[in-house]
Design a protein around this ligand. Structure first.
Ligand SMILES: Cc1cc2nc3c(=O)[nH]c(=O)nc-3n(C[C@H](O)[C@H](O)[C@H](O)COP(=O)(O)OP(=O)(O)OC[C@H]3O[C@@H](n4cnc5c(N)ncnc54)[C@H](O)[C@@H]3O)c2cc1C
Length: 850
């Protein structure tokens, strides 16, 4: 059956601005709280001039035409589930959730046509009811709108499954051109395939998607096997595991060096009964929400709790199968008695301090995007799963290999606990999706066959995997818990093992630091996606592995996350050409994307063609796609009592921490890299694992502060950047600067021993910069290679534009003191005013945004 024609687009020429406003009036909000857009995680908000909630394509056209004529930005908002400011604007928000009709479902051709604003959770039952169809792959939730999910390349997991947008056959788009035309675009030559490929992951910047034509598949059930492995085992076998089932997703718990693996295959086996209501409540509400939130709140002030909390959650919730009491108590005993053997309770003294061993020897070569293989779908090697249900056991469980790496924790007795009867605990919470019961039963009656189980061919930590069967959508989706900061990066598939080892090595050293200053929550999500064709899809150049970090916001309170994410994203970007998930906060610029995406400029050209007046360009688009400095910062107004309470608690906690816990009062040292390093994926130095201090402070990722960050975040207890420096602007670079540098190299050397590399402050009092004046503020300076062997300029130009040799003593000044480049090239004396003191003369070369 041919698809329905696109909605008609009669010209709007006769309508004045006043007419457009009048026609939009019934769906316009101009005053009150409803003007505030907040994303799901409440990490970003913006107050719009007006919010339109159209119920028809015609109303979308009016809104787009009005924006164009009045030179206002308009941003499509789906369900607001993107964890960044991608939707935010101070102009017009177009809330599309009212555009939620399913226009056609064709069970024979396995296609459907729906409006872009429909929530996926509402789409599922309609596809099931009207065509016995289901989407082939889904992410962890179904709370996004269809067009919103497409627009950021939302993905599930599976080496032969691409982003959800891959399944789109055509898109109906309202363009911000005169008269706001509606166009239908597709892969077909006569339907603007360029616009189609740009709009498949269009970030709301190439038009408003009002209709989506899509392929689906006959409704299916999935069988899920969940089991766990030691991290070192997993990194050796990740590929074999990834390719062993249709959908494989994994959760790595770095604090306990364990990986939970979920393998999904289509099946005809009978649906397994869910957990009892009580068990489900205890696991998914009491443990996963309340206890988790309380512990994470406490860890805001006592971060050293986090590894223990991770272990607690691992033991009682995350690992499938029965609680391993023996292992748990063995761990406690080992901890209490100081014994080196016992359970895998966090034992930071056993960490691999010298970095020797297989991890340190892995070849960490930066991946040049230009050299990435052009993998066609047919080139992707066939995963070794069998779509039909097999009753044969392929091999028995392997024994623990001799060449196992020294684990960060004492291994759990090296063999799983053997219980006579394995009582399965509930795994991920049952989805609360509402699907038509009668049809579900019908599917079940037609297809269900007897269950058979296949043993795992890997050294897993259980006797056998936990197992369940249900409708696909109910298995794909799971409860993501409470609001969170998230970051996700897509690296080339083949780099998965090396990237995990790199992250592991970094995290291991962080864990060894007293008090666990990194404060990382858990887990790291590991998912895979096949190559697809959207120009801005992170897997547009080849199959990829998505690695995602999470920092939860217990009771919606802020937690520190920037330093952690900065290093996480920086490592993946710099060493593995990691591409950030478009929906999440990141710091990449058009130049970075140009290197990562071969069609980036094509995308920009299409964008310019359809939106020459930049009606769809908000700050996110200007910052990341167009490279324009945002002209205004979003104001964060009004805080709820909880947030105010959180700020007060934080202040008290910081005081208590410094008075009672942080006896050394030694500043936590942080470093930064010039923004120029962003452009050079190979420029990040590797952490020197042999530092006497248990690992030098790693080079943090080149994350620059978002101009639109939540104000809440600043209330987080941040112990970095705690020492005060005064910066004296001595003179502009002069003839005697060489001798000054010579003298100061000695000082710098001393300072490096004492403080690693940075002098920084938050006092923020500064005087404007002319020669001889004193500033108080924050600076980051870079030591010559021979002094530290870690921080190098690597020939990159800083914000001042000059390339500096690795011998140069240069610094980056905080934005206010940098003063738009006014102090570039000046020689300044940086003096630490607390701690051991020390000073160094350096030349201003870069800006250091905080
Ligand atoms: C708890 C949680 C779990 C998640 N799980 C996953 C996951 O498993 N996999 C994954 O890849 N991502 C995941 N995400 C991210 C999420 O899928 C994306 O952020 C998605 O874009 C959100 O869709 P939305 O409808 O909320 O769109 P929004 O966040 O409202 O908008 C996202 C982008 O789409 C644009 N947009 C929205 N509607 C339209 C339209 N009609 N026309 C044109 N542009 C439009 C917006 O302008 C914006 O640029 C998750 C997010 C959360 C909060």
């Amino acid at each position: 059956m041919p698809p329905l024609p696109p909605p008609s687009a009669a010209p709007l020429d006769d309508l004045s601005i006043h007419d457009l406003e009048r026609l939009l009036d019934p769906v316009t909000t101009k005053h009150g709280n409803q003007l505030t857009f907040r994303n799901w995680a409440t990490t970003f908000r913006s107050d719009a001039a007006a919010v339109f909630r159209p119920r028809s394509v015609q109303q979308v056209r009016y809104a787009v035409e009005l924006s164009r004529r009045t030179n206002r930005t308009i941003r499509a908002a789906g369900a607001g589930h993107s964890p960044s400011d991608i939707v935010c604007t101070g102009d017009y928000i177009l809330d599309l959730k009212g555009l939620d009709n399913v226009l056609d479902v064709d069970g024979d051709s396995r296609t459907f046509h729906a409006e872009g604003g429909i929530l996926l959770r509402n789409l599922h039952p309609i596809l099931l009811e009207r065509g016995s169809l289901a989407l082939s792959s889904l992410g962890s939730i179904s709370d996004q709108t269809l067009a919103g999910a497409l627009s950021t390349s939302t993905h599930g997991s599976g080496v032969t499954f691409s982003s959800i947008s891959t399944y789109a056959t055509f898109l109906d788009i309202v363009l911000p051109q005169p008269g706001a035309p509606v166009v239908r675009v597709s892969r077909s030559e006569d339907q603007d395939p360029d616009l189609f490929h740009a709009a498949l992951c269009g970030l709301g910047a190439v038009g408003i998607v009002v209709g989506v034509g899509m392929r689906a598949e006959p409704v299916f059930k999935l069988e899920e096997e969940i089991f766990t492995m030691r991290f070192d085992e997993f990194t050796k076998r990740w590929q074999e595991i990834a390719e062993s089932a249709e959908h494989v997703r994994c959760w790595w718990f770095p604090q306990v060096a364990r990986v939970k693996i979920s393998r999904l295959n289509r099946t005809n086996k009978a649906v397994t009964p869910g957990p009892s209501a009580l068990s489900s409540y205890l696991q998914n509400v009491v443990l996963a929400k309340h206890i988790h939130a309380v512990a994470l709140s406490a860890a805001r002030y006592l971060p050293a709790l986090l590894p223990y909390h991770a272990w607690f959650m691992w033991t009682f919730r995350e690992q499938p199968g029965p609680v391993r009491w023996r292992e748990f108590f063995a761990g406690i005993w080992a901890r209490v008695s100081g014994s080196k053997t016992g359970g895998p309770w966090p034992r930071i003294e056993e960490l691999d301090q010298d970095g020797k061993g297989a991890v340190a020897e892995l070849p960490f070569h930066p991946v040049d995007p230009a050299t990435l293989p052009e993998v066609r779908p047919s080139d992707v090697s066939s995963p070794s799963f069998d779509r039909t249900d097999s009753n044969e056991s392929s091999s028995s469980k392997l024994t623990t290999p001799d060449d196992m790496l020294t684990p960060p924790y004492t291994p759990p007795t090296q063999s799983p606990v053997n219980e006579a009867v394995v009582v399965d605990r509930p795994v991920s919470p049952a989805s609360d999706l509402e699907l038509p019961t009668s049809i579900v039963e019908e599917v079940e009656a037609k297809t269900a066959v007897k269950q058979e189980r296949t043993p795992m061919p890997w050294p897993i930590l259980e006797d056998k995997p936990t197992y369940r069967v249900d409708l696909g959508v109910k298995i794909f989706n799971y409860d993501c818990g409470f609001p969170q900061y998230t970051y996700e990066s897509c690296i080339p598939y083949e780099s998965t093992g090396a990237a995990l080892n790199e992250l592991h090595q970094w995290h291991t050293h962080e864990l060894a630091k007293p008090g666990y200053p990194l404060r990382a929550h858990f887990p790291v999500e590991i998912r895979y996606a096949a190559k697809d064709e959207a120009w801005l899809s992170p897997t547009g150049s080849g199959p990829g592995c998505y690695l995602g970090a999470i920092q939860y916001r217990p009771f919606n309170l802020p937690v520190p996350y920037r330093e952690h994410f900065a290093r996480f994203s920086g490592t993946l970007f710099s060493l593995f050409s990691g591409k950030p998930h478009w929906a999440k906060t990141h710091t990449l610029t058009p130049d970075d994307f140009r290197k990562l995406y071969p069609r980036f400029d094509d995308f920009l050209a299409v964008r310019e063609r359809v939106d020459p007046k930049r009606v769809l360009a908000n700050e996110y688009v200007k910052r990341h796609l167009l490279g324009e400095v945002p002209t205004e910062q979003m104001e964060h107004q009004g805080r709820r009592w909880k947030e105010r309470f959180g700020v007060a608690l934080t202040a008290i906690a910081i005081l208590v921490y410094y008075l009672f816990f942080d006896s050394s009062s030694s500043p936590t040292v942080s470093t930064a890299v010039p923004s120029a390093q962003l452009a050079n994926p190979s420029s990040l130095s590797r952490v020197s694992p042999s530092s006497p201090s248990g690992g030098v402070e790693p080079v943090p990722a080149p994350i620059s502060p978002m101009t639109t960050q939540s104000s809440l975040e600043t209330a987080a207890p941040t112990f970095a950047h705690s020492d005060v420096s005064s910066l004296t602007s001595e003179s502009t670079k002069s003839a005697d600067s060489t001798s000054a540098a010579k003298v100061d190299q000695k000082t710098a050397s001393k300072a490096s021993t004492a403080t690693s590399s940075t002098a920084s402050s938050r006092s923020g009092q500064e005087k404007s910069g002319t020669s001889g004046q004193t500033y108080k503020g924050e600076a980051t300076f870079y030591f010559p290679t021979e002094l530290t062997n870690m921080m190098q300029q690597n020939g990159n130009a800083g914000a001042c534009g000059d390339k500096n040799s690795d011998d140069a003593l240069i610094c980056a000044l905080q934005t206010e003191i940098y003063a738009g480049g006014k102090n570039c090239g000046k020689e300044v004396q940086i003096t630490r005013t607390i701690g051991e003191g020390g000073s160094v003369a350096v030349t201003v070369a870069d800006e250091c945004p905080r």
